[in-house]
Design a protein around this ligand. Structure first.
Ligand SMILES: [Fe+2]
Length: 386
């Protein structure tokens, strides 16, 4: 019997090389007053970036906001306050996951007098009402899949830091416009970290306790693409076919995580990322191999999740007709090798010490991981990546 499941809406999706050229025309459906949110990275300075912004400005009245890093409550509140007298028709975020999350949060908070912090899960006490200014997400990295999710991650890094979500079904972007050519300006470091975030999201959603056959099909397709194209995209950033494959995988990862949830690696992304200034993709990339290896080790060999890990292992193995255990080992070796080859830094490079590990483990959630780790086991995983 097919397992019961329910699926959240997805945005309208326009995907393909060169599709950015359709954006300024598509905006006409929403109106002419546009708030454009960008990052401070290389995209805005690239030829493709300048051209895209020129095209939008040719037909619309544009206002701008820039997001220098992962969005904080203050950053969102300041933008909302700066533009409180403007009645926007649409908010367009063009950038990496942080920019898309910032745009999503700003579109939700425009016209309201509260701080966004009051609505963050586990931090605030209020429930978002789901009203927003229409929102368009245009990713320029292949990573978080934020273009397809209903949450914006807002963080405050430090001693009592947090990384928490503003979440509502209505916050799914009205439109996700994905042009893989926009990711060509990404550096090797960004390609590696954001690509491994995508890989983690697909793998965690695929083996999640909340998985469903519907999402499994999408997640596995994403895994096939990320296995085939991430390394080539990292090796040659101008390889449009590889960039396209990873952009597609990232989109699928967003849909998969919005419906099937995530696992322990993303639990660490909240706890470790809340206390230390480590890019989200780096936390995920550095911990995914260890987490997958330990999860596989603890799983019953007859369990659904174990068989799923083996199925992913077949994608990375050149041998046929081996038993599941062989393919699970192949997967963990592959993930360790990929982390090494793509030069993902260890946690100690960002100041994480052995002394702080128990404190981090104590606040880490297992989320929907197919096995639940104890605090001691979470410490063990962290220590392996110091
Ligand atoms: Fe992620």
């Amino acid at each position: 019997m097919v397992k019961s499941f329910s699926i959240s809406p997805t945005p309208s999706i326009i995907f393909g090389v060169g599709k950015r050229r359709e954006l300024h025309g598509l905006l006409q459906k929403f109106g002419k007053k546009v708030l454009i949110i960008t990052g401070s990275g290389s995209f805005s300075k690239s030829e493709a970036g300048r051209q895209l912004l020129d095209d939008i400005q040719s037909l619309n009245t544009c206002y701008f906001a820039s997001v220098p890093g992962e969005p904080t409550p203050e950053m969102v509140d300041e933008t909302v306050s700066k533009y409180k007298t403007v009645a926007f028709d649409v908010v367009v975020a063009i950038g990496g996951g942080s920019v898309l999350d910032a745009g999503k949060a700003v579109s939700a908070m425009l016209g309201k007098n509260n701080s966004v912090i009051e609505f963050l899960e586990g931090v605030g006490t209020k429930q978002p009402d789901g009203t927003k200014v229409p929102f368009i997400a245009v990713p320029t990295t292949s990573g978080t899949g934020s273009e397809a999710t209903k949450n914006a991650v807002i963080s405050r890094v430090g001693e009592n830091g947090f990384k928490k979500s503003l979440r509502h079904d209505n916050y799914i972007p009205n439109l996700a416009l994905i042009d893989p050519e926009l990711t060509i300006s990404c550096s090797k470091e960004v390609t590696a970290a954001s690509g491994l975030d995508t890989f983690t999201q697909l793998l965690e959603a695929y083996v999640s306790t909340k998985s469903s056959p519907f999402i499994d099909a999408l997640a596995f397709d994403g895994l096939e693409h990320v296995v085939k194209f991430l390394k080539p995209a990292w090796e040659d950033g101008n390889n449009t076919e590889a960039r396209s494959g990873v952009s597609y995988a990232a989109l699928l990862s967003g849909i998969a995580l919005a419906n099937a949830g995530l696992g322990t690696v993303h639990g660490f992304a909240s706890s470790v990322g809340g206390m230390f200034p480590i890019p989200h993709g780096v936390v995920c990339g550095t911990l995914m191999a260890e987490c997958a290896a330990f999860t596989i080790e603890k799983l019953e060999k007859s369990s659904e999740a174990y068989m799923k890990y083996a199925k992913v292992g077949r994608l990375v193995s050149s041998k046929a007709n081996e038993i599941d255990e062989y393919y699970c080992n192949a997967l963990t070796h592959y993930l360790h090798r990929l982390t090494e080859e793509m030069q993902i830094p260890a946690l100690s490079s960002f100041g994480v010490t052995r002394e702080i590990v128990p404190q981090l483990a104590a606040i880490t959630e297992n989320k929907n991981n197919p096995v639940t780790f104890s605090t001691e086991e979470l410490s063990y995983i962290l220590e392996k990546r110091l």
